[in-house]
Write a protein that binds this ligand. Structure first.
Ligand SMILES: NC(=O)c1ccc[n+]([C@@H]2O[C@H](COP(=O)([O-])OP(=O)(O)OC[C@H]3O[C@@H](n4cnc5c(N)ncnc54)[C@H](OP(=O)(O)O)[C@@H]3O)[C@@H](O)[C@H]2O)c1
Length: 317
């Protein structure tokens, strides 16, 4: 039987989610937006691009009652993630939630972490599938597998750099970290499950839009992983920087159309590797449908904890 999905917030990144659910064999039966006009605009765009024929809603309880999706995919702004996840879980749905799991400027770190715990524990208690949507978990696995096939060895150095176009935003490194940080944390969590930075040694700096962290992570056998995280914006070319460095091998992620016309990602290293792979978002959705989201409830909560703890280390103006 076809799995049914509701995409909450199909105007931004949710538009791409909707496409991958369809390509991976699920049916998007409903979308949610803020107003009848805005949700209709999203629906028209989806209809034109992918033949969307589902329902349009502006009220989540009504959507859940009438469309009865098996999966709710939350692609709305972070301030409403926890409430929508709770409502979806109460209706018996599985939940995929965009990163960051929880963020609200009026909330304290403790309140945000508490909300993350409540929602993920609720999913576990109800036997629902729950996933945090950071495709960088898939990216981390891909880079690691490519490196091991090419140059096997222990991982002792990890650097991740993400930058996207500035689009007129005023410099706010805290916001940049909240927005992009979950992906960097996802890379670390995936490569070193249970990773805990050596907190007293965390060095955090900011410069304009940029936030930068350097810290060691103790490994088993007394070894240590040297971690560097950088997030920021770009004002020229390349418009997007997505770079993962494992030991001394840098992988640049380059988006392109594959032979089937679908977006995919090329992993290009400075050491001769140049490997195309399916879009990591598509692979994440595939894994969610197969019953094993890359970042399940525990990892989602851990992502929130590490995001906030590193955020607290940033110098404030
Ligand atoms: N994984 C990734 O690579 C990635 C990339 C980008 C964004 N994200 C994450 O995805 C989430 C959304 O980001 P975005 O850039 O797509 O945002 P966006 O462009 O502002 O889109 C947000 C969507 O949410 C809807 N929306 C907003 N408030 C709502 C509410 N209270 N109830 C119902 N719908 C509401 C809007 O609907 P209408 O306009 O139709 O009213 C719009 O379709 C964020 O958590 C962001 O961090 C992830």
């Amino acid at each position: 039987m076809t799995c049914t999905v509701a995409v909450l917030g199909a105007g931004g990144i949710g538009r791409h989610h909707a496409n991958w659910w369809r390509v991976e064999g699920a049916e998007v039966v409903a979308i949610l937006g803020r107003t009848p006009e805005s949700v209709q605009r999203s629906a028209d765009r989806l209809k034109e691009q992918y033949g969307f024929a589902g329902g349009c809603y502006t009220d989540l309880p009504t959507l859940l009652r009438e469309a009865r999706p098996a999966i709710v995919d939350i692609c709305t702004p972070p301030a409403v993630h926890a409430t929508q996840a709770r409502q979806a879980l109460e209706a018996g749905c599985h939940v995929l939630c965009e990163k960051p799991l929880v963020f609200g400027s009026a909330l304290t770190s403790e309140e945000m972490l508490q909300q993350a715990r409540e929602v993920t524990q609720m999913a576990v208690a109800r036997g629902a599938r729950f996933g945090l949507c950071s495709q960088f978990s898939v990216v981390a696995r891909t880079c690691y597998d490519l490196l091991q096939a090419h140059e096997p060895g222990d991982l002792l150095k990890l650097a991740v750099e993400l930058r996207s176009p500035v689009r007129g935003r005023t410099p706010d490194p805290v916001q940049t970290w909240v927005d992009l940080g979950p992906h960097l944390v996802a890379v670390l969590q995936t490569l070193v499950p249970g990773a805990e930075p050596e907190w007293p040694e965390v060095r955090a700096t900011t410069d304009e839009h940029e936030a930068r962290f350097d810290f060691p992570v103790p490994l088993q056998d007394g070894a240590s992983l040297d971690v560097q995280f950088v997030v920021g914006f770009t004002t020229g070319e390349p418009a997007n920087v997505r770079r993962v460095v494992l030991n001394h091998t840098p992988f640049d992620l380059i988006g392109e159309a594959g032979p089937d016309g679908h977006f995919r990602v090329r992993y290009r290293s400075g050491t001769g590797l140049d490997e195309p792979r399916s879009d990591p978002m598509r692979l994440l959705i595939r894994e969610f449908l197969a019953g094993h989201p890359p970042l399940g409830p525990e990892a989602a909560c851990e992502n929130q904890r590490l995001l906030l703890r590193l955020l607290a280390a940033l110098p404030r103006a």
